[in-house]
Design a protein around this ligand. Structure first.
Ligand SMILES: Cc1cc2nc3c(=O)[nH]c(=O)nc-3n(C[C@H](O)[C@H](O)[C@H](O)COP(=O)(O)O)c2cc1C
Length: 371
């Protein structure tokens, strides 16, 4: 029998305990955050992407960087896709390498909506959104007027019509099927960070007058829910997660009336669907976090600024089932071992976060006590 010293509560469960993610056994409760690294020059994940993720396979679960589901869903140069056979084959190298190293990996499926630029879209068309309102003060990495890569303001979008909405759902379904063909253990639908789904959910922006917008919460959730259902039908709901960031206010999304009720309605509705998880950042006040935890009845993954200590506290207080680490994984491929032993963490250089080649990507060493 283990006796804890007086005054020292035994923290249960531990970050290093295994976890059953709707049938998928994770070796620990540390999740590697989705992080765009912009290394896919031609939208195909290059060979060293496989090594990058395999180096980090001791995470209980890896969630890939955002992966666009269609050419229309692309908003930045050098981000990878999963809508062509070449892209899918590129991802197979990554999932094979991660699985060989004993890891688990979900693909984060992404459509940027209005956060894009005509120079990235097929035939120079405008990007799409719920309404024809551009994201103010929002820059994307695209081509400037001289055709050179650079930061440019997001273009004015066109509002999706019903046929366009059906196509978006179909694009997610196809991407999920490709993800399974590429060997992923599941997919995460990216409904946060100001991208397409959040643009539809946001009551301030989405003033459409059809069943996909306006005041009724159910209308604004409809695109996401129909996508979740189409993807679930294709690959099984227990392989599908959803990421949200309710109060992050990214890409010019503002506070709107009834936003807490909107996100709680989403949590309640998703609870009926036996999904793998909800992954949330920016959940706002402690009261709201508590209400959200109580409304969503599945696995909750929390992200945003965790240290080993605060992550352990979140598990012990039952605020989360799994905890995400983002930036610490960049310079610490062996982050799990470093946290387990209390070894020091390396700092990532900012210059190599987005774009470039191997430097700042696959050249961070594992910790060596002798070094
Ligand atoms: C370089 C970088 C790229 C990111 N790219 C994505 C992304 O592609 N998709 C996403 O949902 N979040 C992305 N994020 C947000 C992270 O998933 C995470 O929420 C954030 O880094 C906070 O966690 P941390 O404090 O542990 O780093 C990115 C963050 C960083 C630092």
């Amino acid at each position: 029998m283990t006796v804890s010293p007086p005054g020292l509560a035994l923290a249960q469960p531990s970050l290093f305990d295994s976890y059953d993610l709707s049938g998928l056994n994770l070796s620990n409760r540390i999740v590697m955050a989705p992080m765009t690294r912009a290394r896919a020059l031609d939208t195909i994940p290059p060979e060293h992407t496989a090594l990058y993720y395999a180096q980090r396979a001791s995470a209980g679960l890896i969630i890939t960087e955002s992966v666009q589901v269609s050419a229309q869903g692309r908003g930045y140069l050098c981000t990878p896709g999963i809508h062509t056979s070449e892209q899918t084959a590129g991802w197979k190298r990554t999932t094979d390498a991660v699985h060989r190293a004993g890891g688990r990996i979900f693909a984060q499926l992404w459509h940027v909506g209005r956060v894009s630029h005509t120079s990235l879209q097929e035939d120079g068309q405008p990007p799409v959104g719920p309404v024809a309102v551009p994201a103010a003060d929002t820059l994307v990495q695209a081509y400037d007027a001289d055709g050179q890569p650079g930061q440019v303001p997001a273009s004015v979008p066109v509002a999706l019509d019903i046929a366009g909405i059906r196509q978006v759902i179909e694009d997610f379904r196809r991407a999920a099927r490709n993800a399974l063909m590429a060997g992923f253990d599941g997919v995460e639908i990216h409904a946060g960070n100001g991208y397409l789904f959040e643009q539809f959910i946001n009551g301030g922006l989405n003033t459409r007058e059809d069943r996909y917008g306006g005041a009724p919460i159910a209308n604004r959730l409809r695109l996401l829910l129909e996508t979740v259902d189409a993807v679930s039908k294709e690959i099984g709901s227990t392989r599908v997660g959803v990421r949200i960031s309710p109060f992050a206010r990214l890409a010019d999304l503002q506070a709107f009336e009834g936003e807490e009720a909107t996100w709680l309605a989403l949590a309640g509705t998703l609870s009926q669907r036996r999904l793998a998880y909800i992954h949330a950042s920016d959940l706002g006040t402690p009261d709201f976090r508590h209400a959200f935890r109580n409304t969503w009845c599945g696995t909750l993954i929390l992200a945003g600024g965790f240290t080993a200590e605060t992550a352990q506290q979140a598990l012990a207080a039952n605020e989360a089932d799994l905890v995400v680490f983002g930036r610490p994984f960049i310079a610490n491929p062996d982050l799990v071992e470093r946290l387990r032993h209390g070894w020091p963490l390396a700092e990532a250089g900012r210059e190599a976060l987005y774009g470039g080649g191997a430097h700042g990507y696959i050249d961070y060493p594992a910790y060596s006590p002798a070094a």
